[in-house]
Write a protein that binds this ligand. Structure first.
Ligand code: SAM
Length: 256
């Protein structure tokens, strides 16, 4: 397949696909319950277009709940991991190497279009126009993002503060004017929810999660290494048993 025109899109993640695959958190059960409740779409048997599917964190969870998923991403490395973990089985997963701003799909084929941690990488207008085009009339658009809930734990606030200090392009809870991506201003909102949950994770996987952020991938390798080491030392000092209980929250926005 010729992927020439797609090469620039999501390129940052191509360099950190392995760290992403291992380190990034899943989404809590409560989010899927809320998604069903708010959209009125039963995931079991639904057709979902998962845009910016990456390594398939949301894709796999939707499939496990019975959804047929068309996973779209322009990142060949990210999508390769999704494919490796999704082959065979029912319901199906179709992986499509494509730009979410110009979906290579027919009109009216989907019950849901999802953007998990991805809409902010797309064109805010073209992406939603495409979502509307591929949705059936009663379908819904879903944006969701997982965030560290730094205000809930001093150690996490300190962790985010170290990031803010060391990474010029950091944008997260340690930035005063930080907010979730403005997807709710891009469509007709049905509902927005913040869903708290707790992530249990080993320190090394948590540091892989850190490595998988685009702002880390953009740093010179030695600067990134030094920062990761500093975080490792601080976390081990605080949690010698090596396991973190991370307060998180998912921002879920559903619209048409
Ligand atoms: C932060 S990852 C999210 C992956 C996954 N959905 C998850 O929940 O972990 C963002 C993804 O958006 C993809 N992306 C970037 N630009 C895109 C575009 N124009 N169309 C579709 N996906 C895009 C990237 O390749 C990357 O895999």
């Amino acid at each position: 397949m010729n992927i020439g025109p797609l090469r620039g899109l999501g390129r940052m993640f191509e360099r950190v696909a392995d760290a992403y695959d291992v380190g990034r958190p899943h989404y809590p059960d409560e989010m899927y319950r809320a998604l069903t409740e708010v959209t009125g779409v039963d995931l079991d048997g639904a057709t979902t277009v998962d845009v910016g599917a990456g390594t398939g964190i949301l894709t796999r969870a939707l499939r496990a709940r019975g959804s047929h998923v068309i996973a779209v991403d322009p990142g060949a490395e990210m999508l390769a991991r999704l494919v490796a973990r999704s082959e065979g089985g029912t319901p199906s997963v179709a992986a499509v190497l494509a730009d979410g701003n110009a979906l290579p799909l027919a009109d009216g084929v989907a019950d849901l279009v999802t953007y998990a941690q991805s809409w902010h990488w797309l064109d805010p207008v073209a992406s939603i126009a495409e979502a509307r085009r591929v949705l059936r009339p009663e379908g819904a658009i879903v944006g969701c993002w997982n965030f560290n809930h730094a205000a809930q734990a001093d150690w996490l606030a300190a962790y985010e503060a170290r990031l803010a200090e060391a990474v010029p392009t950091y944008y997260g809870p340690a930035v005063e004017q930080w907010s979730a991506p403005p997807i709710a201003s891009a469509f007709e909102v049905i509902e927005e929810r913040w869903i708290p949950w707790t992530r249990l994770v080993g320190i090394e996987d948590f540091l892989l999660d850190l490595r998988s952020h685009s702002y880390m991938a953009a740093l010179p390798p030695e600067v990134a290494d030094e920062l990761v080491e500093r975080q490792r030392v601080a976390l081990r000092e605080e949690f010698p048993e090596g396991v973190l209980s991370v307060p998180m929250r998912v921002y879920l926005a559903v619209g048409r």
